[in-house]
Write a protein that binds this ligand. Structure first.
Ligand SMILES: NC(=O)c1ccc[n+]([C@@H]2O[C@H](COP(=O)([O-])OP(=O)(O)OC[C@H]3O[C@@H](n4cnc5c(N)ncnc54)[C@H](O)[C@@H]3O)[C@@H](O)[C@H]2O)c1
Length: 256
């Protein structure tokens, strides 16, 4: 366990899956956690669960693709808790589609959510971190941010972009006391996105993640908590000499 007592964190896409696990872990570590998601119903459930467990959490229905909504959310967090120490850009999506069958509107949607959503949140939060001369940002990329994969055109493009943004921001913000790192999950079970991706794979006659689990050196799919563990480490002082990194959490599936 790390001690984040009194730190203020924003986690996007916090209602479900990996974001929920990260928010839960940060709340358990003593953070004030602002849970952001555009799915109000799922957000209510997560807010209820984390509050009941004693977490200092707030909830806000925020679409990260809408800069005005993101700016208003940041202003609310600062009004309530005085600062933002941590931003976790987790909200994301993906389609199983190649250049042959990807639709322009799906490509745009993926890029808008994964790339512009990450930009919007950083754009709105970084000024207050610069003012405080301290901050930590985690961007959730993917092992698809490191290697091209079949039927993953927009997802590949967006996750590579997130790693580029992580490196660029790491360079620009180091002198301001702000560390920026990324986590690159492998195939993570028990998330909404995994369920949708598996349905799309089946529709294309391709194997699901579970059917490919035997190819993972550690022999299993990941769990959202596997990602939360690494995020918690990267946000801690134990990682104070790390910035601009993209850390694979793939059970050994990808090593570069
Ligand atoms: N599950 C995997 O196998 C896997 C692997 C690698 C990377 N990732 C990445 O991890 C992150 C989380 O994925 P997950 O698997 O937990 O998915 P998920 O679908 O379970 O959770 C994503 C959350 O983001 C929210 N969201 C979607 N659009 C939003 C928007 N515009 N504004 C705010 N919130 C929004 C959703 O409502 C949902 O609660 C994503 O960036 C994804 O690309 C997932």
């Amino acid at each position: 366990m790390y001690d984040y007592q009194g730190n203020v964190a924003i986690v996007t896409g916090a209602a479900r899956g990996i974001g929920r696990a990260i928010a839960k872990r940060l709340a358990a570590e003593g953070c004030h956690v602002a849970l952001w998601d555009n799915n109000s119903e799922a957000l209510d459930l997560t807010f209820g669960d984390l509050s009941a467990a004693g977490g200092a959490v707030s909830r806000a229905v925020i679409d990260v693709t809408d800069l005005a909504s993101v700016r208003a959310g940041v202003a609310d967090v600062i009004k309530s808790w005085g600062r933002v120490d941590i931003l976790v850009n987790n909200a994301g999506t993906g389609q199983v589609a190649s250049i042959i069958d990807d639709r322009p509107e799906d490509f745009d949607f993926t890029m808008r959510l994964n790339v512009s959503g990450t930009f919007n949140c950083c754009h709105a939060v970084v000024p207050t971190m610069v003012e405080n001369k301290s901050g930590r940002i985690i961007n959730i990329s993917s092992w698809f941010g490191k290697v091209g994969r079949p039927s993953s055109l927009a997802y590949n493009a967006s996750k590579f972009a997130i790693l580029g943004m992580t490196q660029s921001m790491g360079l620009d913000l180091a002198a301001h006391g702000i560390r920026v790192n990324a986590v690159c999950p492998g195939a993570i079970a028990n998330t909404h996105m995994r369920k949708v991706a598996d349905e799309q794979l089946v529709a294309k006659g391709l194997p699901t993640a579970a059917e490919r689990a035997h190819t993972i050196p550690l022999g299993r799919l990941g769990e959202p908590e596997d990602i939360a563990n690494v995020v918690a480490f990267l946000l801690s002082d134990q990682a104070s000499y790390m910035t601009g990194q993209g850390i694979n959490v793939t059970g050994g599936l990808w090593m570069n």
